[in-house]
Design a protein around this ligand. Structure first.
Ligand code: IPM
Ligand code: MN
Length: 351
């Protein structure tokens, strides 16, 4: 199989972790005789510096003509305390999501038995295995009108969802649940928000198409508590853009390091894969970021975009084996932590 992969390293530790993930993909390509062609493109703060735009036109063209996209991270503290700056690195990612219609964000949450860095009790995190399906191109993030009024002294966003938007992401969640433990939890705030009431009404009706799947409903505030109290109860969490953003960072605590977790942003034509961690600017260029989130994102790409299930499993097994042998970067092991590239090399040799 021959596939073209657009690689968007982005900012901070992004270039280091995507470099390791492509290394893994190359090894795998040789082993299973697939040809992966990588095309690099700019996004985020590094793109702003070179072109003035967080998402240059060329990047969109490269992404559109690729078979899948691998992204590192975007964000630079330089922009964080300047709320008035006109261009922001995050705009690059948000525009890409919107332009490529990446409407469903899949964030698997799991724990490795050997990793004990979670501040949560061992008996709470062990065997946790659920997936957050977050709507990614609607709601508060993109709703119009938005902006300022009253001479800039009042600010507003619009939280807006259509049934169509709710249904297409629900389809992803329910089909995933069918292949897993057959439970969907719709997370909303239907006791307060009109958009949440539409989500609930729509999902209740849609759930009838999946008689084998149990559908539960939970308020987002309660979910925030249950995710760290009894996370084992979840299989697939389906939720809107802003709730999914917040809950997925919270849930990453279960894994023991946000550096371990991958994600997929699915579109109708093309999908994007990225670790859920941010650009971790303090660790940039020091070869100490955890590459596993990026490497597992590459595995998700093989499975979800290319249908290469046994290849995806090969990567996942190599990662699990490397961890079980006690190897890891400083975020997951205390004794003799490896560097980013050393850890990736261990995984490559396991492959
Ligand atoms: C994420 C990130 C983004 C988001 C930022 C970087 C725009 O936090 O992917 O979760 O808020 O969606
Ligand atoms: Mn986020």
């Amino acid at each position: 199989m021959k596939k073209t992969i657009a690689v968007l390293p982005g900012d901070g530790v992004g270039p280091e972790v995507t470099n390791e993930a492509t290394k893994v993909l190359k090894t795998l390509g040789n082993k299973f005789t697939h040809q992966f062609v990588f095309k690099n493109a700019m996004i985020g703060a590094s793109a702003i510096e070179k072109t003035g735009s967080a998402l240059p036109k060329e990047t969109i063209t490269i992404c559109q003509s690729a078979d899948a996209i691998l992204l590192g991270a975007v964000g630079d503290p330089k922009y964080d305390n300047h709320p008035k700056s006109k261009v922001r690195p995050e705009q690059g990612l948000l525009n890409l999501r919107q332009q490529l219609n990446l409407f469903a964000n899949i964030r698997p949450i799991f724990s490795f038995p050997q990793i004990e860095t979670s501040p949560l009790k061992k008996e709470v995190v062990q065997n946790v295995d659920f997936v957050i399906v977050r709507e990614l191109t609607g709601g508060l993030y993109f709703g119009k009108p938005r902006g300022r009024k009253n001479n800039g002294k009042t600010a507003f966003e619009t939280n807006i969802y259509s049934q169509k938007e709710i249904l297409r992401v629900s389809k992803i969640a329910f089909e995933l649940a069918e292949k897993r433990h057959k439970k969907v939890t719709l997370v909303d705030k239907a006791n307060v928000l009109e958009t949440s009431r539409l989500w609930r009404e729509t999902v209740m009706e849609y759930a009838k198409n999946f008689p084998a799947v149990v559908c539960e409903y939970m308020y987002v505030d309660n979910t925030a508590m249950q995710i760290i109290k009894r996370p084992i109860m979840f299989d697939v969490i389906l939720t809107d853009n802003i709730f999914g953003d917040i809950l997925s960072d919270e849930a990453s605590v279960i894994a023991g390091s946000i550096g371990l977790l991958p994600s997929a942003s699915l579109g109708e034509k093309i999908s994007l894969y990225e670790p859920i961690h941010g650009s971790f600017p303090k660790a940039a260029n020091s070869n100490r970021a955890n590459p596993i989130g990026a490497i597992l994102s590459a595995a998700l790409m093989l499975r979800m975009s290319f249908g290469l299930e046994k290849e995806a499993i090969a990567i996942e097994k190599a990662v699990a084996k490397t961890i079980s042998q006690g190897f890891g970067t400083a975020d997951i092991v205390q004794k003799n932590p490896l560097t980013t590239s050393e850890l990736a090399n261990k995984i490559v040799s396991c492959l």
